[in-house]
Design a protein around this ligand. Structure first.
Ligand SMILES: [Zn+2]
Length: 80
């Protein structure tokens, strides 16, 4: 979301995510993988999310840590 959201909201670059078949996460940096929960949970995207095995191995840990740090290091993670 961090890098993708500005692109999705610009009128000239709007993309109908319902028409997108695949989201490719090139690597685990947050500017790439942090968009996955937003796109899969809050848009019309219903395609497949592809990433390398090393990225898949670490992405959940990174996202949980990102949410925890964003919330000041305390409190619930992922709505719990
Ligand atoms: Zn990167």
């Amino acid at each position: 979301m961090l890098a993708l959201q500005p692109l999705l909201t610009r009128p000239a670059l709007q993309v109908d995510l319902a028409e997108v078949d695949v989201m490719l996460v090139t690597h685990f940096h947050l500017d790439h993988c942090a968009a996955v929960p937003y796109v899969t949970g809050h848009t019309s995207f219903r395609g497949r999310v592809l990433m390398t095995h090393p990225t898949k191995a670490i992405v959940h840990t990174l996202l949980r840590d990102f949410v925890k740090v964003s919330r000041g290091g305390t409190g619930a993670v992922w709505g719990r």
